[in-house]
Write a protein that binds this ligand. Structure first.
Ligand SMILES: NC(=O)c1ccc[n+]([C@@H]2O[C@H](COP(=O)([O-])OP(=O)(O)OC[C@H]3O[C@@H](n4cnc5c(N)ncnc54)[C@H](OP(=O)(O)O)[C@@H]3O)[C@@H](O)[C@H]2O)c1
Length: 328
């Protein structure tokens, strides 16, 4: 089993490379691919030096079984189908195919059973969606009918350019509009991640609604909230309120029991010790804290996850590992 990383020089691609060092998918060194301007760059893998190949029609995919794409939507749209035509399964981090019929959208702990075998495109959900669903899955059986989720999203969610912007502005450099943010980020935050549609809902907010509905097979689920970019380097935080159609005095206890020991989740019971982004940078599990029910028809929780790992690279590698088990 040999893999390729497309977007290997980026924030997500670099984490994929590190994760493959300890994955059965990395037994053979992966093929590293990025834009032609990165061709020739070298990265170390298990003590060996690997050279980045530029993505063009001369790229040799022989021997590659699965490709992990983290190179943006337009690259995925153009190249993922070509990889599949050449017999390579693609796990794609972009939003290009997430809502397409016939393309599974997967968080392995939530709906891993939809992973197909054979060469196909499999989509990795949006980072906030993954982090939300990791916390929601253990308590989903309690039957919420409406979610209100506000996100506090790290700058690295916008890739290397996002990290560069925070670093530049923090060290006295000027704000460069659109590179990549529409507003200054140092000493600031802004509730505008992607363009707003006719209802005033941003692209990022719409993704959370559409993707939760698809992954949970819940077409009528309401997910609403505000996605906010904050001057944090890494880890997204989410404030979630789950609203139910009836009051239940036992619901808090049931939720607490369900979150204790949930797969891929650290549940922090002490309200005085909520999860925060700094210490969780680099963590694989998603952390949940401040679980509370001040009103008997709802539950509130605070969720923090490393969006480069479980929100992107780790979830992708986990999908690819599951896929590899389906093909033997
Ligand atoms: N960052 C996150 O937290 C996060 C979370 C979930 C999903 N994602 C998604 O993951 C993808 C990558 O994000 P990122 O944050 O890693 O971005 P990034 O740091 O900006 O890296 C982008 C990568 O894509 C490559 N690339 C750009 N144009 C290309 C082309 N024409 N052909 C081949 N490769 C090309 C870049 O190569 P060069 O270095 O050669 O330009 C680089 O390796 C995006 O679709 C993003 O939406 C990101």
């Amino acid at each position: 089993m040999r893999s390729a990383i497309v977007g290997a020089t980026g924030v997500v691609g670099q984490e994929m490379l590190a994760l493959l060092e300890n994955s059965p998918l990395g037994k053979e060194p992966p093929l590293l691919v990025a834009s032609p301007r990165s061709a020739g760059k070298q990265f170390s893998f298990r003590g060996e030096s690997l050279t980045v190949q530029g993505l063009d029609s001369n790229l040799d995919l022989s021997g590659i079984d699965v490709a992990l794409f983290a190179a943006g939507g337009s690259t995925s749209r153009e190249w993922a189908p070509r990889f599949v035509e050449q017999g390579v399964a693609v796990v794609d981090n972009s939003s290009a195919f997430r809502l397409d019929d016939g393309v599974p959208l997967v968080v392995p702990e939530v709906n891993g059973e939809v992973i197909p075998s054979g060469p196909a495109i499999i989509a990795n959900p949006n980072c906030s969606t993954i982090i939300l669903l990791m916390a929601l899955k253990p308590i989903w059986h309690l039957g919420p009918e409406r979610l209100v989720v506000d996100t506090y999203q790290a700058v690295s969610g916008a890739g290397i350019a996002g990290l560069d912007a925070l670093e530049r502005e923090s060290s006295g450099g000027e704000f460069l509009p659109g590179e990549p943010f529409p507003f200054p980020i140092h000493g600031n935050l802004f509730p505008a991640i992607g363009e707003a549609d006719g209802d005033g809902v941003t692209v990022e907010e719409r993704k959370m609604l559409d993707e939760c509905r698809k992954i949970l097979s819940a077409p009528d689920l309401v997910v609403q909230g505000t996605c906010v970019r904050v001057p944090v380097a890494r880890c997204h935080s989410l404030a979630a309120t789950l609203i139910f159609d009836h009051e239940d005095q036992e619901r808090l206890t049931k939720a607490r029991e369900a979150l204790q020991g949930a797969n891929g989740v650290i549940f922090e019971e002490d309200p005085g010790n909520p999860p925060t982004p700094g210490p969780l940078s680099g963590a694989h599990p998603v952390s949940v804290g401040r679980l509370r029910a001040p009103f008997a028809d709802s539950l509130q929780l605070w969720i923090v996850g490393d969006q480069v790992l479980k929100g992107a690279a780790l979830n992708t590698v986990q999908i690819a590992e599951s896929w590899s088990r389906t093909v033997g």
